[in-house]
Design a protein around this ligand. Structure first.
Ligand code: RFL
Ligand code: PHB
Length: 394
């Protein structure tokens, strides 16, 4: 078996692993990123699209904000629709003028991969799956991976688990110290990417009696739309016509009739749940992003939360490696859990407020009361706006 040595071995080339690798490289910390999928696959995987204000600042400071600033769409508000009314949450007034940026996750991933491979020449191995993580309770951990060139063992001072949901790294924390918190919802999202011009400048979250709908976009030619559906929904039951009809109905006044349709380029069903694994560090293993926590997408927090962990992790690893000072690393899990649980709470709040439950009229009345409170009470609207725009940096 081939054996190599580095300072930090990073498992997974999603947003968390790539930003971590990039920031460590800028600090002179040697690292290797291993990704089990192909480059083409990770560069085209459709996922999140909303970047918080503080996270865009972080990317720009890290030197990966140029295309994001140019092609990303700055939004200064979102719309909430319910009971046939449309209400704008104005970030300029309610969130100190801060904006979110609509920029696809795979674009962030493309920018980071391009920079790493073409500019920095740093190690990033695709089609290289980590199968085992050993020695995290010692000072000499290592990971074993299957690569296109055969088996590879990487020795490192630290292993960073950025391998997403149900990754091998999260399972490497011993069961005796690991705690897992989970909530599953009785619905899922059917998401489409379609070639059509956006008819609205801002995202629309709609609570309709037939179910949830979300209007989002990726560019002046691409829209990203979602429908709340049953968790076991069969995609084959949804013709293009049925999807567009349902979207038009649920998005209601304003979008109805005006909703610009077009060829559906991608479609999929996403489960809705919360998961938190505690702690985010054990010995020489640190977890970041979806490897440690999942949020339902209603708050648009998934990618932001992954990058917020990395923002805490980089100075902690640098201090440990350069000065043998582990104080920040010792605090890493507790520091992150504050923003993690804040984002879990906000995502839960948004999810529970916007998805009607056909079997629970009490719940439906409570949801409507909550929505009315958002549009009638300025402190409530302000809290929603501040969390939407910058929960990970509050
Ligand atoms: P990622 O992006 O999942 O990256 C993890 C990477 O690790 C690789 N990997 C391995 N590599 C080597 N060896 C192994 N043993 C490995 N095991 C896994 C994987 O191939 C992958 O490339 O995690 P990261 O970096 O933490 O980033 C988090 C975000 O991706 C995530 O929070 C969001 O995209 C969540 N999410 C959404 N969030 C939103 O805010 N809005 C959305 O619309 C939205 N849609 C989604 C989503 C997540 C989805 N997943 C995870 C099923 C749609 C989907 C389908
Ligand atoms: C998206 O554009 O994909 C998106 C936007 C807002 C969300 C979730 C997903 O809450």
């Amino acid at each position: 078996m081939r054996e190599v040595r580095t300072q930090v071995v990073i498992v997974g080339a999603g947003p968390a692993g790539l930003v971590l690798g990039h920031l460590l490289h800028l600090q002179g910390v040697d690292n290797i990123v291993l990704e089990r999928r192909t480059r083409d696959y990770v560069e085209h995987r459709q996922r999140a699209g909303v970047l918080e204000y503080g996270i865009t600042e972080m990317l720009a400071e890290a030197g990966v904000g140029e295309r994001m600033r140019r092609e990303g769409l700055a939004h200064h508000g979102i719309q909430l629709r319910f009971e046939n009314g449309a209400h704008r949450i104005n970030f300029l007034e309610l969130a100190d003028g801060r904006a979110i940026t609509v920029y696809g996750q795979q674009e962030v991933v493309k920018d980071l991969i391009g920079l790493r491979l073409n500019f920095h020449g740093a190690a990033l191995h695709f089609e290289s799956e980590v199968r085992a993580i050993e020695g995290i309770d010692t000072e000499r951990p290592f990971v074993d991976a299957n690569t296109p060139e055969g088996p590879l063992r990487i020795h490192a001072a630290y292993v960073a688990g950025c391998d997403g949901t149900h990754g091998v790294t999260g399972q490497s924390v011993p069961a005796l110290v690991r705690r897992r918190f989970e909530r599953v919802y009785p619905f899922a999202w059917l998401g489409i990417l379609a070639q059509a011009a956006p008819v609205n400048d801002e995202l629309i979250y709609s609570r309709h009696e037939r179910g949830f709908a979300l209007y989002s976009m990726r560019s002046p030619e691409l829209v990203r739309l979602y429908l709340g559906v049953a968790p076991d929904e069969n995609l084959a039951d949804w013709s293009d016509e049925r999807i567009w009809d349902e979207l038009a109905t649920r998005l209601g006044e304003g979008a109805h009739g005006q909703l610009q349709t077009g060829p559906i380029l991608e479609r999929g069903i996403t489960a809705m749940r919360n998961i938190v694994l505690e702690p985010l560090r054990h010995g020489r293993l640190v977890l970041a992003g979806d490897a440690a926590h999942i949020v339902p997408p209603t708050g648009a927090k998934g990618m932001n939360l992954a990058l917020a962990d990395v923002r805490v992790l980089v100075p902690a690893l640098v201090a440990a490696l350069r000065e043998n000072d582990t104080r920040l690393l010792d605090a890493y899990s507790d520091t992150c859990l504050r923003h993690v649980w804040r984002a879990e709470e906000f995502s839960t709040y948004m999810t529970q407020m916007l998805h009607p439950n056909p079997h629970d009229e009490f719940e439906n009345r409570v949801q409507l009361a909550r929505l009315r409170q958002v549009v009638e009470s300025e402190p409530t609207a302000r809290a929603l706006a501040r969390h939407y725009v910058d929960a990970c940096s509050l």
